[in-house]
Design a protein around this ligand. Structure first.
Ligand SMILES: Cc1cc2nc3c(=O)[nH]c(=O)nc-3n(C[C@H](O)[C@H](O)[C@H](O)COP(=O)(O)OP(=O)(O)OC[C@H]3O[C@@H](n4cnc5c(N)ncnc54)[C@H](O)[C@@H]3O)c2cc1C
Length: 257
């Protein structure tokens, strides 16, 4: 039995109305919403490796709205509300689970920062609470709240509407949705240069050929500054590494993330 492709395989056209460089959540979502909301469907997503290869397929999958600034709280709150709608609209189970987020806090400085974040969220009507260590333990009985450990827990920032969403499913779902509108998704295609004439972008050069396009969106995550440099733009962005631990599948012990 053959399986159905989520997105169509297409040849590289000579020109597109818009090109997204990078097949992560930003490139795919930009292509999807450009097609859905603005009717611009002659669009290509150009990905050097495979979709979800970058941060979008390697993150800790947490979605939340309790950000530090009021502008971001509102933006992320809108984003958080989108998941349930997108799952239906794209007909794809992205495994969104709004189990709530708990950030454990291990220093007075972290407690202070959390206090500020909680107030910022509450001001925008987003649920966020500061918990003491006993309340953290009530929420997650597996936590060790003793003092005699390396990093004792002083408290926690609890955000009930937050949750998790399956990261690679998000990339696949958006690719499926974009492809339905006619967006081309080109994997294993690397952008090697961006063409600019008289201060305006005119297209890109890839390892598979040159494309014309009056709109090029750089969605290359940590490679953003390198890509911008190809268009003669110096961006003050430097990628930093972060670490996340991946275990074998375990029986869940945490009911909140
Ligand atoms: C360990 C870790 C944990 C994280 N945890 C969370 C979390 O819990 N919650 C959260 O919201 N965020 C989290 N993030 C951040 C989140 O993953 C990123 O913000 C998001 O994935 C960025 O998406 P993007 O589409 O901008 O970039 P990416 O997903 O990185 O996609 C960029 C793509 O561009 C491609 N590319 C690069 N150069 C070229 C080129 N020359 N030509 C063609 N393609 C190119 C790359 O191959 C890549 O696929 C985490 C990140 C990391 C690394």
């Amino acid at each position: 039995m053959g399986s159905k492709r989520l997105w169509k395989k297409t040849g590289l056209k000579k020109s597109y109305d818009a090109v997204m460089i990078g097949g992560g959540i930003h490139g795919l979502a930009a292509a999807y919403f450009l097609a859905r909301d603005h009717g611009i469907t002659n669009v290509a997503v150009i990905e050097r490796r495979y979709i979800g290869f970058g941060g979008s397929g390697r993150n800790t999958a947490i979605v939340r709205a309790n950000q530090r600034t009021q502008g971001n709280v509102r933006l992320y709150d809108e984003g958080l509300k989108l998941w349930a709608t997108l799952i239906r609209e794209l007909d794809f189970n992205m495994m969104f689970y709004n189990c709530g987020n708990l950030n454990t806090l291990h220093s007075e400085a972290a407690m202070g920062a959390a206090r500020l974040a909680v107030c910022t969220a509450q001001l925008s009507g987003v649920r966020s609470e500061l918990l003491d260590r006993k309340q953290c333990k009530e929420l997650i009985p597996a936590l060790n709240i003793e003092d005699n450990i390396t990093y004792p827990i002083l408290g926690g920032m609890y955000h009930p509407p937050g949750g998790i969403v399956r990261h690679d499913a998000v990339a696949w779902a958006l690719a499926k949705g974009a492809s339905r509108y006619g967006v081309h998704i080109h994997q294993n295609t690397e952008v090697t240069n961006i063409n600019v004439e008289k201060g305006k972008v005119t297209g890109i050069i890839t390892n598979k050929g040159t494309l014309k396009s009056p709109r090029v969106l750089i969605c290359a995550g940590g490679y953003g500054a390198l890509l911008a440099q190809m268009a003669g733009i110096k961006l003050p962005i430097h990628p930093l590494t972060i670490q996340a631990m991946v275990t074998q599948p375990l029986k869940p012990i945490l009911n909140h993330v």
